[in-house]
Design a binder for this molecule. Structure first.
Ligand SMILES: Cc1cc2nc3c(=O)[nH]c(=O)nc-3n(C[C@H](O)[C@H](O)[C@H](O)COP(=O)(O)OP(=O)(O)OC[C@H]3O[C@@H](n4cnc5c(N)ncnc54)[C@H](O)[C@@H]3O)c2cc1C
Length: 320
């Protein structure tokens, strides 16, 4: 019995949400008196032994090139076989796009209980009870999992990453891989900007900005902070900004350290994609805008007056 943590990678580099999943998995293993190991699929450029610093003793790898790109069905088959081979009784995912698309399939395949969107460590005092977000982060549920194999998909930013001295042993797992049905024929990369899904800082604009011609100040502020830009769905639907910037229930769900929302009302569907941000700053001219309820800091004011002042202040700060 062990804890197996799925490590997500893109183009050979480990995604940052995997570090959190590794620390979480290592902690749960310690609580249960088990060993924790990581599992990574595809070819990797990063040094896997270095992942020992997140508390895992071993990294299993299935390094076949067919696994370089996500095919949820194939990943489910390979991870399912790895669970059986390694005798894992708990599988931890980050509740990222990959985690979301694979964890539920894996649960069905292994007849395992799944807690998707977990936000805390399991309570082992009366079984195995995990706290999770429900209703787009509006409430919590406590889920008791009683199956022999359990799966947790941990919400990004729900568990603190800490490091220690440690080197993990890397072991190739010999697992047959079924032919992927998904073929990646081309990849269009957004260059020159911080990728939104990975960004620590995000500056986001809504319909309050009146039109695409006013995005200059959003981009300038984002550039100064080294932040990614995002927008509400209303803005993407109006073609003011590209759809890959749209965050929320039907867009990208993000969990940066700082989310600055400018001229966005804070509809529940928008909040669903950003309410896991560590710090939320809201700039809105309407003091009754619902977003202020979710804000750590709020500025009631006209974005066209407030944002240039913030830009000036950041410039001043950076010049010292
Ligand atoms: C099924 C479904 C799924 C959805 N999914 C998403 C989703 O994933 N993401 C998403 O964002 N939305 C989603 N929506 C839409 C959502 O309900 C809202 O309509 C949308 O988020 C509103 O965008 P907004 O806040 O930019 O615009 P508005 O609601 O028009 O709000 C504009 C805000 O700007 C403020 N403002 C105006 N002028 C200024 C100014 N000069 N300075 C400062 N503030 C100003 C206003 O006070 C207002 O609060 C979804 C809706 C449905 C029904």
């Amino acid at each position: 019995m062990s804890v197996l943590v799925f490590i997500d990678q893109a183009e050979g580099h480990i995604r940052k949400n995997s570090f959190e999943a590794l620390c979480y998995g290592a902690k749960v293993a310690e609580m249960m008196g088990l060993e924790a190991a990581g599992l990574i699929l595809g070819q990797v450029k990063d040094d896997l032994s270095d992942l020992g610093k997140f508390g895992v003793k071993k990294i299993y790898q299935v390094s076949k090139p067919e696994l370089d790109h996500l095919d949820a069905q194939v990943f489910t088959q390979v991870i399912g076989d790895a669970v059986q081979k390694t005798g894992a009784s708990l599988v931890v995912f980050s509740n990222s796009l990959t985690g979301k698309s694979v964890a539920a399939r894996l649960a069905a395949r292994l007849k395992a209980g799944l807690v998707s969107g977990a936000v805390g460590l399991p309570d082992l005092s009366s079984g195995f009870v995990v706290k999770k977000n429900v209703f787009s982060g509006k409430a919590f549920a406590f889920v008791s999992v009683n199956t022999p194999v359990r799966i947790i998909a941990l919400n990004p930013n729900a568990y603190a990453v800490s490091t220690m001295d440690g080197i993990a042993a890397v072991e190739e797992l010999d697992i047959a891989v079924s032919a992927p049905k998904v073929k990646v024929t081309a990849t269009n990369k957004v260059t020159g900007t911080v990728p939104l899904g990975e960004a620590e800082l995000v500056v986001s604009g809504g319909r309050g900005l009146k039109g695409p011609e006013n995005w200059g100040m959003i981009e300038e502020l984002a550039g100064l902070l080294g932040a990614a830009t995002a927008c509400s769905r209303a803005v993407a639907d109006a073609h003011w900004r590209p759809h890959h910037e749209h965050v929320g229930q039907t867009g990208l769900a993000i969990a940066p350290n700082l989310y600055v929302a400018i001229g966005i009302s804070g509809a529940i569907q928008h909040l669903a994609g950003v309410n896991r941000s560590k710090v939320i700053v809201v700039i809105n001219k309407d003091p009754e805008a619902p977003f202020f309820k979710a804000a750590d800091y709020g500025i009631v004011g006209d974005a066209f007056e407030v944002v240039p002042k913030i830009i000036e202040s950041v410039k001043k700060l950076k010049s010292h």
